[in-house]
Ligand binder design. Structure first.
Ligand SMILES: [Zn+2]
Length: 333
């Protein structure tokens, strides 16, 4: 290609957005490479109340679901608003029970060594793990988050993309990745890097939303776990296992757990119900905390209607969060 044939980069981005829907059926699956993926559903960014529609594709071979028309990487920052970061940090901080659970999940396999947390945010988990036993490292896109993480955990934090981090081969005993893998553009490359960075016998502990969960099936495009377009990939236990195995990791345990955020999916349904009669409600990202009586009323609705819907959970795919532990093969003799 000569220079004269290269249009301005802005034009390329626009052009890709225009043509990609037509090509979706022939996109090979980004994880297993099979062609013939089918359109699964369409949905907007409900968190911010935006209108642009994203198309999710489904691979019948490995069960991966992905956004067929993702934002251009250069524009992705527009989808991570200040309101979004505020919600995420509010949900992530002050969760000692959560970190205690995750530490307990690791302990049977590793009790000490070098630990790397991918997408460590402001370092809550690293701070929880801080002790004589662990040498702590993190990777974080946000410079501000990384600085806070270093302050509160004393970990060494690389600021930038996971694929730009230059760790040596086989230098970590444990790599963790909580609610991050689904945001990354190239999960295959990231998984390959994890496989390279782990020592033989090292542990990879990863959490992602479960697209095969009861809530995902009940709520469809209203499921809060879709987080369009920030979640680029949506895993089932099967597709996550396939991805890990393709990078030389083997399954130690994969389980699904309930996540008590069903109220958000329900809120998205109500947003559309109100919209249909001409009432535009404040999107979830921008709403203020509801008053106590209203919160109590909502809780009652959740307890009755939603509990009924989710009674079918064991029949259709289980909890909406996948907790998976993989291990790199030990060196063969
Ligand atoms: Zn596939």
């Amino acid at each position: 290609m000569t220079l004269t044939q290269v249009p301005e980069s802005g034009w390329v981005a626009d052009r890709e957005d225009v043509v990609s829907p037509k090509n979706q059926g022939s996109q090979p699956c980004p994880v297993c490479g099979q062609v013939g993926a089918q359109e699964w559903l369409q949905g907007p960014d409900r968190l911010h109340g935006r209108q642009e529609q994203y198309t999710l594709m489904h691979c019948r071979a490995c069960s991966l679901v992905w956004v067929g028309n993702p934002p251009n990487p250069a524009e992705m920052h527009l989808h991570y608003t200040g309101a979004y970061h505020k919600l995420i940090s509010a949900a992530g901080e002050n969760s000692p029970v959560r970190w205690e659970d995750r530490k307990a999940a690791l302990t049977p396999y590793k009790q000490s060594g070098a630990l790397l947390d991918l997408g460590c945010s402001s370092g809550s988990f690293l701070a929880f793990m801080r002790s004589e036993s662990w040498k702590l490292y993190g990777v974080e896109m946000s410079a501000e988050g990384a600085r806070t993480a270093e302050e509160q955990s004393k970990a060494k934090v690389f600021v930038g993309d996971v694929l730009d981090a230059a760790f040596q081969r086989e230098c970590f005993d444990v790599i963790t990745c909580f609610d991050v893998l689904e945001h990354l553009y190239d999960p295959r490359q990231v998984m390959t890097r994890v496989g390279e960075w782990l020592k033989p016998g090292g542990i990879f502990y990863v959490l992602v939303p479960n697209v095969n969960s009861a809530e995902a099936r009940v709520f469809g495009s209203y499921w809060h776990g879709l987080e369009l377009p920030r979640h680029l990939f949506h895993y089932s236990p099967a597709s996550l296992k396939f991805l890990a195995e393709s990078a030389g990791l083997r399954e130690v345990s994969i389980e699904t757990r309930r996540n008590p955020a069903v109220g958000t999916s329900l809120r998205y349904v109500w947003d559309d119900v109100f919209r249909a009669v001409g009432i535009r409600r404040t999107p979830v990202a921008y709403r203020r905390e509801a008053s106590l009586p209203w919160r109590a009323a909502r809780k009652m609705v959740r307890m009755t209607i939603v509990r009924g819907l989710l009674a079918m959970a064991p029949l259709v795919g289980g909890g909406e969060s996948i907790h998976a532990i993989f291990q790199k093969e030990k060196v063969s003799a």
